[in-house]
Design a protein around this ligand. Structure first.
Ligand SMILES: CC/C=C\C/C=C\CC(O)/C=C/C=C/C=C\[C@@H](O)CCCC(=O)O
Ligand code: ZN
Length: 647
């Protein structure tokens, strides 16, 4: 049966006919039962005369009661689709007219297995004394914690009241309302109005006044403290990690200032960070007002804070100017990578921008050629997600790095759109106009193309752009960019020396006169350029294990705590069949749960020429899976060829 998805292939809602513009949410968080008891009142504006129902996305929710304009309403819940969940169709008053406003209120509960939620027992937290909960709604998990129009094109403001055990604190992707956190004993408005009271609890209140898409809803509950970072920024975490977070992310206010200079006023009121427990499955998540980050960013030397620059950049690209559906994710992620690298360039110089862009090009090549293969449909900038494709399973570095590669690079070198139209001087005004134009209207790739062509209509050179190939063809981009490699040159030359030494069979010694001095004073990013380049050069024929041992002896690459570097280095060793690295890989797979690292390493282990490594993939995963996030478990299990029932 065809899926009733409307304009967004990942949503069963009908936001085009009746759009929710504001939601008031009440949630009770019960760590005993792991159930979220909820109430939501949606304010919906009718867009199509006579529309019969408001269709919402849900996943595994138990619906208890629904009212429309205060009166009991009729509703239907469709049979669940394994990826998209169930359509909740609520009957609207007969003959509603476009522009009419309707209040649709739902009382419901979300079960312990709600896909947006990870409930952590105390043992999985830094403090080991209190439980913890966090959500991850991107791409289509918001529907598992509330009935909603779970489509990026459907935007709404929200207010929320969240009740939690008295000793814990709740945070959301919103600004906390003053006077929050009152005990249930206060009665009256201090408690939830629509969810039955519970002793020993507190209520926290929030307001998000900028319209957001549902994937940006976020909640965290735990034993949380904060440290101020700047005028509108603090880092939140468990007390055991909060000082480390404050030190690692101290540059946040400078990143924010640079972003404002590049992209315009910051509209969200606050920019806070929440440093999560290790099972958080992503590097960062751009939840408005409160970016979520993995503790795998705590390198100790601020060498991984580009993720914070990235999440700050989303405050414009993604959170304000939003892809119309997940097929156009490159508009969120590619342009955010562009702004992220611009921010880094402002703070650390143009060479840093170029170094990051050059590493990005290596990542793009690895993703297209090794991870997927040139002809794979998911290597297209705009993939087809119709038919109920799971967006989580489609996620890769393609929208980030191919999107960036398409958009822009720095001055003086040959690369795409930015250089084509005359460099940053011409591209920057376009970028600002683009942000202005699409702030209130989510867009797809063809909207981007039309706006770009209109903006640069006087520039004949744009006729050269092969939009069809860039947007829809799989494989490497139709144009090869060149980047300034001043900062990468040393790293690439060293990689070439090791590659040549191995090819010529110089053996365990590596290149003549190799020594720790080769990398003296190098930043972690330069070392990543080295390992990634070596990975590229040895894509067809892995290094000899004696070479990786010698590299380890001379450079001690995992002494640095940079997890990007460790992942890249471990991949080289695993591919080489170097079993001496296995205890280090195991320790790394135990200490953090970022899905990108897990997938790279488990896949490398599984493909290794060493039978010990192949077995280790299964053993470590079996041992660790309960500690990983369910999203990561599903993806790694699929990578390892384990049946869904095993997950
Ligand atoms: C064009 C690709 C097709 C579909 C993907 C659509 C949505 C992506 C999705 O399911 C979930 C994304 C969640 C992302 C959260 C944060 C990311 O920016 C982190 C990326 C991975 C990492 O660096 O850890
Ligand atoms: Zn992003």
């Amino acid at each position: 049966m065809p899926l009733d998805t409307g304009p967004d292939p990942s949503s069963l809602s009908n936001f085009q006919d009746a759009a929710v513009t504001h939601s008031h949410i009440e949630l009770d968080v019960d760590f005993e039962t792991r159930v979220l008891s909820g109430f939501v009142e949606h304010t919906a504006v009718v867009r199509t005369d006579g529309v019969a129902e408001l269709a919402l996305d849900t996943s595994q929710l138990t619906i208890e009661e629904i009212t429309v304009n205060g009166s009991a309403a009729r509703y239907r819940v469709s049979d669940p689709h394994p990826v998209l969940g169930s359509r909740l169709a609520v009957r609207l008053p007969a003959g509603v007219r476009a522009g009419e406003v309707v209040a649709v209120a739902v009382r419901y509960s979300a079960p312990p297995g709600a896909t947006a939620v990870q409930w952590l027992p105390p043992e999985q937290t830094a403090g080991k004394r209190h439980p913890y909960l966090f959500t991850q709604c991107q791409a289509i998990h918001a529907r598992s914690i509330l009935p909603c129009q779970d489509a990026p094109a459907a935007k709404f403001t929200y207010t929320a009241a969240v009740r939690v055990p008295r000793q814990l604190r709740a945070l959301m992707s919103a600004v906390p309302v003053e006077g929050e956190g009152r005990d249930d004993g206060d009665g009256g408005t201090a408690d939830l109005r629509h969810v039955a009271p519970r002793p020993g609890t507190k209520v926290y209140r929030f307001r998000q006044g900028v319209p957001i898409s549902s994937y940006l809803l976020a909640l965290a509950v735990g034993n949380l403290e904060s440290r101020q970072l700047g005028p509108i920024s603090a880092v939140w975490s468990e007390p055991e990690m909060v000082e480390a977070g404050a030190s690692e992310f101290a540059e946040t206010p400078q990143f924010l200032e640079a972003a404002v200079e590049l992209a315009g006023p910051y509209l969200w009121g606050r920019y806070d960070l929440l440093l999560l427990p290790p099972s958080f499955p992503y590097g960062g998540m751009e939840n408005p007002c409160l970016t979520f980050v993995t503790p795998a960013l705590l390198a100790g030397d601020r060498s991984m804070t580009k993720t914070v620059a990235h999440e700050i950049a989303h405050s414009w690209t993604g959170n304000l100017v939003t892809n119309s559906d997940w097929q156009h994710l490159w508009l969120n992620e590619g342009l955010t990578r562009f702004l992220e690298r611009k921010i880094l360039g402002r703070l650390y110089g143009e060479e840093m921008y170029q170094l990051q862009a050059s590493i990005g090009a290596l990542i793009l090549k690895e993703t297209v050629q090794k991870e997927f293969g040139e002809g794979h449909p998911l290597t297209a900038l705009v993939p087809d997600l119709s038919g109920g494709v799971d967006p989580d399973a489609a996620l890769s570095q393609i929208p980030y790095e191919k999107g960036f590669y398409f958009a822009a690079s720095g001055p003086g070198v040959s690369h795409y759109l930015q250089e084509l139209v005359g460099g940053a001087a011409a591209f920057q005004p376009f970028f600002r106009a683009y942000l202005q134009r699409f702030q209130s209207q989510p867009l797809g790739s063809e909207d981007f193309r039309a706006f770009f062509c209109d903006h640069f209509q006087a520039n004949e050179v744009i006729a050269q752009i092969d939009w069809q190939a860039w947007l829809y063809s799989p494989g490497m981009p139709p144009v090869t960019n060149r980047y300034d490699e001043s900062l990468a040159a040393g790293a690439y030359a060293l990689a070439t020396r090791w590659h040549t030494a191995d090819v010529l069979g110089i053996g365990g010694g590596g290149p003549t006169a190799a020594s720790p001095a080769d990398i003296e004073g190098w930043s972690s990013t330069q070392l990543i350029a080295f390992t990634d380049k070596l990975g590229e050069l040895r894509a067809m024929q892995p290094l000899h294990p004696s070479i990786t041992r010698r590299l380890d002896e001379l450079y001690g690459l995992d002494v640095r705590r940079n997890s990007e570097l460790r992942t890249s280095w471990y991949q080289l060793c695993i591919n080489a069949g170097d079993d001496a690295i296995l205890p280090h890989v195991e320790a790394f797979l135990q200490e953090q749960g970022r899905a990108r690292y897990l997938r790279k390493l488990y896949r490398a282990l599984r493909r290794s020429r060493s039978s010990r490594a192949r077995q280790a993939a299964l053993d470590i995963f079996q041992h660790q899976r309960a500690a990983y996030h369910p999203i990561a478990v599903r993806l790694v299990a699929a990578d390892l060829g384990l049946a869904t029932a095993d997950t």
